[in-house]
Design a protein around this ligand. Structure first.
Ligand code: PRP
Ligand code: ZN
Length: 285
């Protein structure tokens, strides 16, 4: 039987959400003892737990068929992989930051300066584009402390909330690129594996489509139905069912939570009662 091998981050900013996404797709993963390989009983999937830095290489080599990894690693490693889908979580930016008290005015500040980073490839490309000559100090972790220990004048690193920068008395001065979790695939997947990937992508789509959407039910007097239905966005057309109480109906529809708070008062004004809001797990459009 064909099994799709997926690489996910072993531990770090993406690992929990990556497995969470599979869980939402009704794919539960049983991890082996040393948390290197996991299997699923719900889907022909084998999960390889790897360091995020290694995932692009493993996928390019076909050791893993696909991987969930930060775009930052895909850009940095620049391997022969296909970007299949952006996943919308683990969003961050990769930025240049300098000590808070420095006299930074524009990019030319970086000329002749040392920049510490774990992303030398992305940084060099950017500096070349901007015709800036700096010295890149490649380090694999704790980049943010490099200026305070005299290893560099500035850093180029991931910024998410910005709290790491603040606690190291650094300020972000230039966003070089944005990043989020993505699915990458090895080129030339076999037909069988492509089918498995398509099945997985379909499940992900149904989960993502449901995000932020709520199923709402409300009761309304029949003579107000027309007005109330006009207020409701809905998927196609709301369901209207008669209540046992004569002259009243129950309306069911799907509303995005953004829109929901904007129409709730109007619904009540128009005589809606007993409004229930229910989460939706999956939506197939
Ligand atoms: C990144 C980065 C910073 C931190 C920024 O590290 O290196 O340390 O996140 O996030 P913040 O703006 O919310 O403070 P990460 O946790 O990804 O670990 P890693 O650098 O070891 O991969
Ligand atoms: Zn890493």
């Amino acid at each position: 039987m064909t099994v799709l091998k997926i690489a996910v981050q072993k531990e770090g900013r993406l690992s929990e959400k990556s497995l969470g996404l599979l869980t939402e797709c009704d794919i539960s993963v049983v991890q082996g003892k040393r948390k290197l390989i996991g299997t699923s009983v719900d889907y022909p999937l084998e999960v390889l737990f790897l360091r995020d830095d290694d995932i692009p290489q493993y996928v390019a080599d076909g050791v893993a068929d696909i991987g969930i990894v930060g775009e930052n690693e895909v850009l940095e490693k620049d391997k022969n992989v296909i970007l299949v889908k952006r996943l919308g979580f683990a969003k961050c930016r990769i930025s240049l930051a300098v000590p808070q008290d420095s006299d930074y005015k524009d990019l030319s500040w970086f000329n002749g300066k040392r920049i510490a980073t774990s992303y030398p490839h992305i940084l060099q490309k950017f500096l070349d584009e901007k015709k800036i000559k700096s010295k890149i100090e490649e380090i694999s972790g704790s980049v943010e402390i490099a200026p305070s220990i005299g290893l560099a004048d500035s850093i180029f690193d991931i910024v998410s909330s910005g709290s790491t920068l603040v606690s190291n008395r650094l300020k972000e001065v230039e966003v070089v690129t944005q990043s989020e979790a993505v699915i990458i695939a090895t080129p030339n997947l076999s037909k069988e594996k492509q089918t498995l990937l398509d099945g997985l992508l379909f499940r992900i789509k149904t989960v993502q489509q449901s995000q932020g959407n709520k199923y709402i039910l409300l009761n309304a007097p029949n003579e107000k139905l027309g007005e109330i239905i006009k207020l409701l966005p809905g998927m196609k057309s709301p369901t209207v069912l008669p209540l046992y109480l004569e002259g009243w109906s129950s309306i069911h529809t799907v509303v995005h939570e953004r829109e929901f708070w904007g129409i709730i008062d109007k619904l009540k004004e128009h005589g809606a009662e007993g409004i229930l809001v229910i989460p939706i797990e999956k939506m197939i459009l």
